[in-house]
Structures are given as structure tokens and as C-alpha cells.
Write a protein that binds this ligand. Structure first.
Ligand code: GLY
Length: 361
């Protein structure tokens, strides 16, 4: 059984990421060695709780670890403050206190909510991430961003709060809907475009195995994403500079997601956003058509969406761009690729170029 561990190096707050088939089976042993909390509250959603939560609870209890699971209804629409309050009340009622810890078991929504709750419950208790979607495994479970959505936009309330450990089990991807898997691949492709041309080529070359969820290829793929993410977070934990490159495709992506009423999954929004920014790069002279056609080529190869749906209202999309939390003082920042593997961040994109890409021009 192939397993690997990499470290997010943040001094005293450093933590391991274990990646491989079956790593879910290592959680109890890790907790017995580390004793992160007296009791553990496994937080999951209505989908993942029944798929993997009960198994995890049984394994932990068999190992003599005190734990309980609390679930909430699955879905981005539940990533809000009211779910946080409901979960906090349920934990308090069940007697969890500041000596205890949370285990987030699920996709990005579960991870973001549970991490946020861990950062504020009793003024902060430790937590562990067990991401079960590809998107959460390669992005949201690593790096300590937590939070919830409010009606004005995604993730507008949250904290930076690092987990104690991340367990990425490749086997759980077998139950992930294919659309969610493809959405996660948009974040995987993102790493290639922003920082690693060799990885970008690896993704093009190994497309068939990646789409077939071959664990021989998933392990190096996910490991490389986590390495890049760890490296960026180590250099800029609180997004003062470099970390902003991880938002490539996300500014337009979030606007498109919001305009769809969140019926469009995050990874598809990111794919559309990456393609839009690649077009913007050509229009604004930061890159060339031949260089950026590779972005389109890879997104097509993974059957990811490229265009902003025609029915979306441009004025509404612009409103969402301005509400994005990366927008400062009305200045909308974009991460623009110059080449595959190299990006710049700028707020100097001309309004007509923004308009053109919002019109799929
Ligand atoms: N998902 C972007 C970041 O963690 O910074």
C-alpha cells in the first residue's frame, strides 16, 4: 500500500499531510500517539457521514478513543453561520469542551465549516482534516482557510486556522460523483498553470489514467498539488502576497458561481474563470494566443466548461466581481498567466478587456 507524508512547515504549527490508499485506517493510531483532544467530534454531512463516518467512528471506538459524529445536510447552501451555530449548540449539548477536538470528514463545505467552528468554539480547539472530495484534497483542506458564505458572497466570513493533520485517502474518491471529480481537476490544472509547467505536461500526458482514477497516478498527482500548496502557504500563510496566485481563475469563477445561484459547482466556475483569464491575458498583451491555447486544450481534454453561460447578466457578474473579497477599494485583481507555469497579479486590466471576456469574447 503506497502512502506518503509531506509536511506543511509553519514552525510550531507545522502539520503532516498523509496521502495514499487506505490512510483513513491510520487516523486512530495517529490520535493515540498525538492525543490532540480528550474527545473527538467528527463533523460530516448527510452524504459522507453515512459513507465513511460510521466506519471511522467504529474504528476509533475500537481503538478506545472517545468520539461522536454530528452531521448537517450536504450542500453549499448550508455553508452558513446558521449551520455553524447549530453545530456549536449540538457540541455544547453533548458536553464537548475546550479540551476536545474536531475531525472534519467531508468535502470543501465540511472542511471550511468545521475548521471555522474549531477556530471559534470555546475560543478555539484543535482540528483534523479528512477531505473526501478531490477539490478538498488538493486545495481547501491544506493551508488553514476556514469560513462560511453570507448572502453577499462566498467565504466572506472566516478565519485562518491551521489543522493538526490532514489525511488524504485516495480510496474515498471512488464514491465521488464524476462531476465533482472533474471539478477538483480544475484546481489540479490550476497548479500547473500558475507554477509548474512540468506538472501541466504530466496532466496532459496522463489524462486517461487520471480520469480512470488509477491510484498509481493519483498519488503523485495529489502529492504534487499538496507540495505546491504547502510551499505557497509556508511562504505567505495569510495571503499578503504570493498566496494570491492560488486564486487564479477564482475571481471570475466565484462571480459565475454566484450568478448561477450556486447551481454551478465550484470547480466548473474555476474552469470558466481560468479560461476567461487566459483570454484576458492575450487581449491585454500579457501572453500570446499560442501559449494560452494550451489552457483551453487541457480544460477541453478534461471536459471542463470553458464559457460563461450566455444567459448570465454581465452587470450582475460585475457586481459579484466587486463584492469578491480579493477586491480592495473597488480594485479588482486578476491573476494573469504570462506563460504556462508563470503568472502575475494585476489590477490594471482595462475595463473593455474585462467586458470582452465576460461576453466570452
Ligand atoms: N484556495 C486558495 C487558498 O487556499 O489560498
Amino acid at each position: 500500500m503506497m502512502q506518503e507524508t509531506i509536511t506543511v512547515g509553519l514552525g510550531e504549527r507545522s502539520y503532516p499531510i498523509s496521502i495514499g490508499s487506505g490512510v483513513l485506517g491510520n487516523v486512530s493510531e495517529f490520535l493515540l500517539q498525538k492525543s490532540i483532544g480528550n474527545k473527538y467530534c467528527v463533523i460530516s454531512d448527510s452524504n459522507v457521514g453515512s459513507l465513511y463516518g460510521e466506519k471511522l467512528i467504529d474504528a476509533m471506538q475500537d481503538a478506545g478513543i472517545s468520539c461522536e459524529m454530528i452531521t448537517f445536510p450536504a450542500g453549499e447552501e448550508n455553508k452558513n453561520t446558521s449551520t455553524v451555530t447549530t453545530l456549536a449548540s449540538a457540541m455544547a449539548e453533548r458536553g464537548f469542551d475546550r479540551s476536545d477536538a474536531i475531525i472534519a470528514l467531508g468535502g470543501g463545505v465540511v472542511g471550511d465549516i468545521s475548521g471555522f467552528l474549531a477556530s471559534i468554539f470555546m475560543r478555539g480547539i484543535p482540528f483534523i482534516q479528512i477531505p473526501t472530495s478531490l477539490l478538498a484534497q488538493v486545495d481547501s483542506s491544506v493551508g488553514g482557510k476556514t469560513g462560511v458564505d453570507i448572502p453577499q458572497g462566498k467565504n466572506l466570513v472566516g478565519t485562518f486556522y491551521q489543522p493538526q493533520a490532514v489525511f488524504i485517502d485516495l480510496d474515498v474518491l471512488s464514491t465521488l460523483p464524476m462531476s465533482e471529480y472533474r471539478g477538483g481537476l480544475a484546481e489540479v490544472i490550476k497548479y500547473g498553470v500558475i507554477i509548474d509547467k512540468v506538472f501541466f505536461s504530466f496532466l496532459l500526458e496522463n489524462r486517461a489514467q487520471i480520469l480512470a482514477l488509477d491510484s498509481d497516478i493519483l498519488l503523485p498527482m495529489i502529492r504534487r498539488c499538496c507540495e505546491i500548496k504547502a510551499d505557497v502557504v509556508e511562504k505567505d500563510e495569510r495571503e499578503g502576497g504570493l498566496r494570491r496566485i492560488l486564486n487564479f481563475g477564482h475571481t471570475i469563477g466565484h462571480a459565475v458561481e454566484a450568478a448561477s445561484g450556486y447551481s454551478l459547482i465550484h470547480g466548473y466556475g474555476v474552469s470558466i474563470g481560468m479560461q476567461a483569464v487566459a483570454r484576458m491575458a492575450v487581449l491585454s498583451g500579457h501572453s500570446t494566443q499560442s501559449e494560452m491555447s494550451e489552457v483551453e486544450e487541457i480544460l477541453k481534454a478534461y471536459e471542463l466548461p470553458l464559457d460563461i453561460p450566455n444567459e448570465f447578466d454581465i452587470a450582475q457578474l460585475k457586481k459579484y466581481l466587486l463584492a469578491d473579497k480579493k477586491t480592495v477599494g473597488g480594485r479588482v485583481f486578476f491573476v494573469i498567466p504570462e506563460q504556462i507555469g508563470k503568472v502575475i497579479i494585476t489590477d490594471k486590466v482595462k475595463p473593455e478587456h474585462i467586458d470582452a471576456v465576460l461576453n466570452n469574447g
